[in-house]
Design a binder for this molecule. Structure first.
Ligand SMILES: [Fe+2]
Ligand SMILES: [Fe+2]
Length: 300
């Protein structure tokens, strides 16, 4: 599993596999991540979806339906993380951090553009961008709404009201960078990418999705860097643990596909619930070790 704990630098930073060394990992700082962003530009608008459209039409209705949950979770998720990000941009502590955070906001808008293009050109959802988002929302479950419309919106609003509130910034980065991006997005990306590669389908989407995953690793690397600094303070470490415990139940529910309830075994796109949960929690717990935190009991 090469992308389990990228912490980025695309091939020049080795994937960390030695658990005993996780506590002493040197992370890229916001300026290094900003420079990496400059080297990793891409354009969502030039991706060729012509083969994707043929693939989609040739797929069975059952296969399309199954894929919809994962695709819609990303389409709506990218819109949510793009529009609920301004509070963190306001909360920068240095010019380098401000520059990096601006790049992340642009990235999330670009990711949402990619999915809007996919829904319009391949899935052939007519109407406006907003109407396509509304249609994608009907594929999602209550846990998804709790995480993206309640937890995420709340941490962003709190930060907008007081960008100098350090505890609010820790709450935000735990919810957004650790749980939504680090645990859910990178897990979804791993399995959906593997599925498309194995089935030889949707090459245009795959091209964009790989670039999105590369961007996500940069974002998660920033969040890990931030928490590694701040969680040296025992009070903030406790704060981060509490926020994880509060948001992980909803995150666990997001991994459950339609037709199942939390705690039930399922298979989604050929992968078992056990495989997916193991990937998600291993990735999360390794990042927490880098930060110097343990996984809260709620996730065990
Ligand atoms: Fe994104
Ligand atoms: Fe992201």
């Amino acid at each position: 599993m090469p992308s389990l704990l990228d912490l980025t630098q695309q091939g020049d930073v080795a994937t960390i596999t030695d658990e005993s060394k996780l506590g002493s990992v040197t992370l890229m700082d916001p300026q290094e991540l900003y420079r990496l962003w400059e080297r990793q530009q891409w354009q969502s608008g030039v991706i060729d979806f012509s083969q994707d459209r043929r693939d989609w039409e040739e797929m069975s209705e059952e296969q399309r339906q199954e894929m919809m949950y994962g695709l819609s979770a990303f389409f709506v998720g990218e819109e949510r993380v793009a529009t609920q990000f301004s509070g963190l941009v306001m909360a920068y502590d240095s010019q380098h951090e401000e520059a990096f955070l601006c790049t992340q906001q642009v990235d999330e808008a670009r990711h949402a553009q990619h999915f809007n293009n996919l829904y319009e050109q391949v899935l052939q959802y007519d109407g406006t961008y907003e109407q396509r988002l509304d249609a994608a929302r009907t594929d999602l479950n209550d846990a998804y709404r709790v995480l993206f419309d309640e937890h995420l919106v709340e941490v962003n609003q709190t930060l907008i009201e007081n960008p100098r509130d350090l505890e609010a910034k820790v709450d935000y980065i735990v919810t957004y960078h650790m749980v939504i991006e680090g645990m859910l997005a990178l897990t979804g990306q791993y399995f959906q990418t593997d599925y498309m590669e194995k089935n030889g389908i949707l090459p245009g989407h795959l091209e964009g999705f790989r670039k999105i995953a590369r961007d996500e690793h940069r974002h998660v690397a920033y969040g890990t860097w931030y928490l590694q600094q701040k969680c040296k303070d025992p009070g903030l470490a406790r704060r981060a643990q509490d926020k994880l415990a509060e948001t992980l139940p909803a995150a666990a529910g997001v991994l459950v596909p339609p037709g199942y309830t939390l705690g039930e075994d399922f298979t989604y796109m050929g992968y078992t619930s056990q495989e997916q949960n193991e990937f998600a929690y291993t990735a999360l717990s390794r990042r927490l070790k880098v930060i110097g935190l343990g996984l809260p009991a709620v996730a065990a």
